[in-house]
Design a protein around this ligand. Structure first.
Ligand code: SAM
Length: 285
């Protein structure tokens, strides 16, 4: 059944397209396609997509979400790794929404270093096995992106949006916070996907913040500290960061000079706290 309001994909269209392409969705590429137009419109609404803006979509698949974005009048740059899907997408979108503005790039979203445009928003149902590295890659390399909404595995979404002190706060939370502020923005039923995944999904929304404008040297230094702190998350910072500073005594000195408590654990620190330590460390070195 075609969605009655406009041309989105329902279960029958998804099945027909999969038959046409002789496509068996693979777990390796995280291929779970949305088959429900209402869910698509909800995601596009939460993302706040505006007519005339450029949106980048990672992993458009058969085009479920793409059609919901172009329906608003936004232009889409879609990055898809699967050749059959990348080749079919312009035909699907052109048939259902002939006025749509779409550029499809067949590439690995983990490696892509340039885009044919400057998207201001990122909207995606991400391939779950690479969702965090793909997100960080895009925020690191494509500075035009100011905000976005992504659908990810629930566990990962809660981790990305976690605050210090939370049980699930970890390296992905701090690294994501480097680039902006994050919040979970709703759950998504397993039943809206084909095939039905064996994990729950959530929407996560972000707004870019100015921390990401600090230098690359500081970002690398901060991320090194974050990795070290969470590799040994039960240890005090002066111990967990001793691998970075050579000894726990030097680590304690630097941490104290940055106004932080060397006996605290990494899970208590915000990205700004880690950045403060990195600033002292890069001056010291
Ligand atoms: N957006 C579609 C939807 O909502 O129905 C499909 C989402 S599906 C969860 C993830 C999509 O990402 C698949 O189309 C898959 O082929 C693609 N994909 C997986 N790994 C990728 C990568 N490294 N770079 C680009 N696309 C990738």
């Amino acid at each position: 059944m075609t969605d009655e309001k406009a041309a989105l994909l329902g279960p029958a269209e998804i099945r027909d397209l999969a038959d046409l392409l002789d496509l068996t969705p693979t777990k390796k590429l995280g291929q779970n396609f949305v088959i429900d137009g209402n869910s698509v419109r909800r995601i596009v609404r939460i993302a706040g997509v505006q007519p005339g803006e450029t949106v980048v979509e990672i992993g458009p698949g058969l085009g479920s979400l793409t059609l919901g974005i172009v329906e608003i009048g936004a232009e889409v740059i879609a990055i898809e790794i699967d050749k059959r899907l990348a080749e079919q997408l312009p035909h699907t979108v052109g048939m259902l929404q002939p006025d749509a503005r779409l550029t499809v790039v067949r590439d690995d979203a983990l490696r892509i270093m340039s885009l044919p445009g400057a998207p201001t928003r990122l909207v995606a149902n991400l391939p779950y096995n690479v969702s965090v590295p793909v997100l960080l890659h895009f925020l690191e390399h494509f500075w035009s992106i100011q905000s976005g909404v992504v659908m990810v595995q629930a566990e990962v979404g809660h981790r990305i949006a976690a605050d210090p002190g939370s049980k699930v706060y970890g390296s992905p939370s701090v690294k994501a916070a480097w680039y902006g502020t994050w919040r979970t923005a709703g759950q998504v039923s397993r039943q809206v996907f084909w095939p039905v995944p064996n994990v729950d999904s959530v929407l996560v929304a972000f707004e870019r913040s100015t921390t990401s404008l600090a230098s690359e040297e500081l970002r690398l230094a901060t991320f090194e500290l974050v990795d070290a702190a969470f590799q040994q998350r039960r240890k005090m910072l002066r111990q967990s960061l001793s691998s970075v500073f050579g000894s726990s005594a030097t680590a304690a000195e630097v941490i104290t000079a940055a106004g932080q408590d060397p006996t605290a654990r990494g899970e208590a620190l915000t990205v700004h706290d880690f950045l403060a330590i990195a600033k002292v460390a890069t001056r010291v070195e």
